[in-house]
Design a protein around this ligand. Structure first.
Ligand code: TPP
Ligand code: MG
Length: 241
């Protein structure tokens, strides 16, 4: 069994732009499935809507590509009716923390054993690059041409105030990303992996990045891995449980 056996390679090339970070996230999740020996008929991937939401359809198993913002209630429904399943959500920052934000609060509260992988590209990528809940203050986007006037939402705070598993990693830190995903998949409760991901076409280019490589190098420069933490600072990567 190889990680590729978890993917519908016949559907390639993917619909994502060249240089997109979602493929890296998808490959890492497939590798984690393989390394943990997850059976395809006991595993499902569920997404909302967005570029990140397209991930579910590339997994070679029964998956659900749901409505915008509704990945979490779908996932909880599957888990409640089929408790033996490994239930994994892969979706975007807009889907999970914007339109789906209320579901995030209640999924945290209920603590069902599901794993949420957030491809956090700080933008509504699919619809052209509007600011999302995670867009930083001052950042120029399609809908904040003079710089975002608001502070970003604190996803770690939402997860941790409910005492749930939270990990932050990036698409540059590949081994760390896999470690976070594997630990989240093995965590017996609600687990959220916040993956800082590069979107060049609809985010980075407005900020002066020329290509995906430049964005990845900025992640290398701006983030550091910490071994243990009770609360990650904005530039820190790690697992808090
Ligand atoms: C109910 C509803 N509202 C709005 C939209 C339009 N829409 C599609 S994707 C999207 C945002 C996606 O952003 P995100 O979840 O961050 O995913 P990304 O494309 O960045 O990966 C929006 C607003 C929709 N499809 N359905
Ligand atoms: Mg997004």
């Amino acid at each position: 069994m190889s990680y590729q056996d978890y993917l519908r390679l016949d559907r390639y090339p993917t619909s994502w732009c060249p240089g997109c970070g979602i493929g890296t996230v998808m490959k890492t999740v497939a590798q984690a499935f393989e390394e943990l020996g997850f059976k395809k008929d006991e595993t499902t991937v569920i997404s909302g809507i967005g570029c990140s939401g397209r991930a579910a359809g590339y997994f070679k198993m029964d998956t659900i590509h749901g409505l915008h913002g509704r990945a979490l209630p779908l996932a909880e429904g599957v888990k409640l009716t089929r408790p033996e399943m490994n239930v994994v959500v892969i979706s975007g920052d807009g889907d999970l923390a914007g339109i789906g934000g209320n579901h995030l609060l209640h999924a945290c509260k209920r603590n069902n054993n599901i794993t949420v992988i957030c491809n956090n590209n700080f933008i509504y990528g699919m619809t052209g690059g509007q600011k999302s809940p995670t867009t930083g203050k001052g950042v120029i986007t399609l809908t904040s041409p003079y710089g975002n006037s608001e502070e970003p939402i604190n996803i770690q705070g939402i997860i941790r105030v409910n005492k749930r598993f939270y990990a932050r990693t990036t698409t540059f830190h590949l081994q760390h990303m896999k470690k976070c995903v594997k630990e989240a998949l093995q965590h017996p409760g609600f687990a959220f992996v916040d993956i800082v991901s590069h979107c060049v076409e609809n985010y980075g280019r407005r900020l002066g990045f020329k290509n995906a490589y430049d964005m990845l190098m900025s992640f290398k420069q701006n983030y550091k891995i910490v071994e243990e933490s009770k609360e990650l600072a904005d530039n820190e990567l790690g697992i808090v449980r």
